[in-house]
Ligand binder design. Structure first.
Ligand SMILES: C[S@@+](CC[C@H](N)C(=O)[O-])C[C@H]1O[C@@H](n2cnc3c(N)ncnc32)[C@H](O)[C@@H]1O
Ligand code: SF4
Length: 423
């Protein structure tokens, strides 16, 4: 159990440390926070966990669902928004992010009503960045018109692959003709278009991957994310005991390296805290804000993580139970050190600004982490740390997240985990 948790690299602190927390307590924490922290940004995250089909490769907390379930969920979502939104009456929300599952699965009228409802309940900054994620097969021109009406500024289109056989095999519906039509329309209506691809989906060959990558490049999206397939235990792929061999890993890596080089040839650059694009503005501002500014976010609802800077991280407890038990929460109270550790872990990837760290925490990064930095320098120097003026970053080609976790954060977290799991 411990080894499993330790190898996890994307969740700090681990969910096993979360304890039950009452909705009213969360409400009170937010209220205190709003009174105390004037400048820290707050963004709104809405989670729609439903999909048309459950794709075999998918590691997300998502379900193939029916119209009735979606209706019930939206009703509950609205109740939740109504409960929390009065706290934010005098604050402007800095950006909006709809993710899933598949937010674009909502029918036109449902989507229109829900977006209207959200805008009536919160105040937003002018020209609020609004990132909405969509599966191509659920989009129509009229749905895109609705998204434009509510000022969606960045549409993330999840393509994954275009190969018909691969699509069938991974249980995903996607029609190329419709996709090309939709992409053209999005480009007329929405400011930024992002596209996601996954390297090594079962039955994809290097040749088919290369071929379809060219078709995607021809669509000329502003941003292209390329993910390495992660055969985690939450995927249907792994649940039926399919083996992920070293050969598959090597093919995945070849696809990834090929895609990155090919994308670079199109003059897109790797930009800070996101992937390959032309413009900094096209980045996913919600994620960037959380990483770079430790901004807080109100997440609603199933499996949506919320963060109140330096106070609390919480999530609906349905994440570890069934999705229908949505009325309880689990949370983790952040000490000052926890918040710093989380910030450092996330910013090490693309660089910690020493000045930003000082502004946020009123303390000095080098002093706070002197022991860990010394250990790293003594053991992995040159290969692992890159210092650039005001910025320090880690070379992840040389140093894995597991080493980094154990050097920087894990001693106290490990103690707490041992306590939680074995007592
Ligand atoms: C929450 S998923 C949403 C996907 C979206 N509903 C769609 O239509 O595909 C977000 C992204 O995670 C990536 N993803 C999902 N499962 C993955 C896995 N097992 N390994 C790597 N990336 C994965 C996919 O690229 C996907 O676009
Ligand atoms: S990849 Fe997207 S559409 Fe497929 S199951 Fe995952 S969240 Fe749903």
């Amino acid at each position: 159990m411990i080894t499993k948790i330790l190898s996890r690299d994307n969740m700090y602190p681990p969910i096993e440390l979360y304890n039950t927390i009452l909705r009213q307590d969360i409400y009170n924490y937010w209220k205190d926070y709003i009174q105390e922290w004037i400048n820290n940004k707050i963004w709104l995250y809405i989670h729609i966990p439903f999909c048309k089909t459950k794709c075999d490769f998918c590691h997300c907390n998502s379900f193939a669902s029916n119209v009735r379930e979606i209706k019930t969920y939206i009703n509950n979502l609205e109740n939740e928004v109504s409960f929390f939104s009065p706290i934010f009456t005098n604050r402007k929300i800095s950006n909006i992010y709809f993710w899933g599952g598949t937010p674009s699965i909502l029918e036109n009228e449902e989507l229109d009503n829900f977006l209207n409802f959200v805008y009536s309940k919160f105040n937003f900054v002018d020209n609020v960045p609004f990132c909405f994620e969509a599966m191509p097969e659920t989009l129509t021109e009229s749905k895109i018109d609705i998204l434009q009406k509510y000022w969606v500024s960045r549409l993330s289109l999840w393509i994954q692959t275009l190969d018909e056989n691969v699509l069938k095999n991974i249980n995903r519906i996607q029609d190329l003709e419709n996709l090309i039509k939709i992409v053209k329309y999005i480009k007329q209506k929405i400011k930024y278009l992002n596209v996601d691809l996954v390297c090594w989906l079962e039955w994809e060959t290097i040749d088919s991957f290369k071929y379809w990558l060219e078709i995607v490049l021809d669509m000329n999206p502003d941003i292209i994310h390329v993910y390495r397939f992660n055969p985690s235990e939450t995927t249907n792929f792994s649940k039926v005991w399919k083996m992920y061999s070293n050969n598959n890993k090597s093919i995945r890596e070849q696809m990834y390296q090929y895609a990155v080089n090919r994308i670079k040839e199109t003059w897109r650059k790797k930009l800070k805290n996101d992937d390959y694009w032309f413009s900094l503005d096209a980045r996913n501002i919600s994620i960037v804000d959380r990483i770079e500014n430790a901004s807080s976010n109100l997440g609603i609802w199933f499996s949506a993580r919320s963060n109140i800077f330096w106070k609390l991280s919480y999530v609906n407890s349905a994440v570890i139970e069934k999705w229908k038990s949505l009325d309880s929460y689990i949370g983790y109270y952040y000490s000052q050190n926890d918040e710093k550790n989380r910030y450092v872990l996330q910013n090490f990837i693309d660089g910690i600004s020493l000045k930003k760290y000082k502004d946020l925490f009123s303390s000095d990064f080098i002093k706070d982490y002197s022991k860990s930095l010394k250990f790293l320098i003594d053991n992995y120097w040159k290969d692992s740390i890159i210092i650039n003026n005001d910025e320090i970053k880690i070379n992840f080609e040389k140093l894995t997240n597991t080493i980094l976790n154990s050097v920087f954060f894990w001693k106290d977290i490990l103690e707490k985990l041992k306590f939680n799991i074995f007592t």
